[in-house]
Ligand binder design. Sequence first.
Ligand code: ZN
Length: 140
Amino acid sequence: VTTTDPRPIPGTVPRDEAFTRPFWQAAAEGRLTTTRCRPCGRLQFPPRIVCVHCWGRDSVWQELGGTGVLASFTEIHAGPAVFAEELPYTIGLVDLDEGLRVAARIDARFTDLRLADPVAFAARSRNGTPLLTFVPTNRR
Ligand SMILES: [Zn+2]
């Protein structure tokens, strides 16, 4: 499947809309944020207006440490048209220190990565649009 729609897949990465604008503004500055539900105190990712844990509608923005470990990763050889010039590239699931799991681009060669590698959030963008990206933080 190819598409010219540059937006991320729904449910994995926050869309750029009015509610998530603070998320993308922070991401452009290299800061990873999400929402914390005030009634139950739990974090969730992607940021949401309604809490997935208690259905509360009172959330606040919270900055995250931006570090975690690689829970899974794969190499993309047939991707969306918008990323065609970057093929092949690596994507993965990152388990953040706060207990959240984030799908993101991994800025490393697939063959250089191992499960549980430590990674950190990094500010990356394409044509002015932030791209959720993590980079390995040490080498074996
Ligand atoms: Zn809640």
